[in-house]
Design a protein. Structure first.
Length: 254
């Protein structure tokens, strides 16, 4: 097996650290968190800064991810056929539902958000492209785990965290949820991942009728639910969006 290059591993660790948590960190914070000498951490940051992957705030001296990294990430997403096909339909879904729309794919035993349309109002929102969501407690995750045998198996074999008192973590209950998802063609999450938040998602298929992603909406429970259940109009809107994207990917009518 080829040996890894330590400097690249450390640079990757720096980028991952800056991608999470407070997003802006000082040299001492980065060095101590990663177990690096300050000189080593500074050298890595200086190189990453020269390449545009890291930026340093002039006032505080703290570091954050740079524009070049964002450009590369967006370049990947722009050539991602699923995202390209879903752009118009997800915008339509946001307008029709009045809620934020997410497009996700399987990645490292979780859901990677590859597209995010803001809720169409004047509220302050944070772009979540590149964020990871759990499989067992989110609507998109349940959809992907229900239709993908590998994800299904890995999820049931691994540890499952209870994020709220409503999170389902037991295998038999999850199996029943996945079966229901396949029968109905959609999945939901009511305060299973975040208190006060509900979501509904549906699968997207390609020309081979293989599941390649999921699209869903997320919003406050009082808007998304009625009498404790997801509003039927929102379910219909999400499923309609998923069918439209699937047809654009060659899945045909279903």
């Amino acid at each position: 097996m080829a040996r890894s290059i330590q400097s690249l591993e450390r640079a990757a660790a720096v980028l991952r650290l800056l991608a999470g948590g407070e997003r802006r960190l000082g040299l001492s914070d980065i060095a101590s968190t990663l177990g690096l000498a300050k000189g080593t951490a500074h050298g890595l940051l200086r190189t990453l800064q020269q390449e545009g992957f890291v930026e340093q705030d002039a006032a505080s001296g703290r570091y954050q991810l740079g524009a070049e990294l964002l450009r590369l990430g967006n370049s990947y997403l722009d050539v991602h056929e699923l995202r390209a096909r879903a752009l118009v339909w997800s915008d339509d879904l946001a307008r029709a539902s009045g809620e934020a729309v997410y497009l996700g794919v399987l990645h490292q035993q979780g859901v990677l958000v590859v597209h995010h349309v803001f809720r169409p109002d004047d509220s302050r929102q944070v772009l979540e492209i590149g964020a990871m969501q759990p499989l067992h407690s989110t609507a998109m995750g349940k959809v992907l785990a229900a239709y993908d045998p590998v994800a299904h198996s890995e999820l049931l074999d691994g540890a499952r965290e209870a994020f709220t008192s409503r999170t389902t973590t037991e295998a038999p209950e999850l199996e029943a949820t996945f079966e229901q998802t396949r029968q109905h063609g959609w999945a939901s999450d009511t305060e299973e991942s975040w208190e006060g938040v509900a979501s509904v998602a549906a699968p997207i298929f390609d020309r081979r009728r293989m599941p390649v992603g999921a699209v869903g909406i997320t919003g406050a429970v009082e808007r998304v639910c009625e009498d404790g259940t997801i509003r039927p109009t929102l379910v219909a809107a999400v499923r309609g969006c998923a069918r439209s994207v699937s047809r654009d990917l060659g899945a045909g009518r279903f």
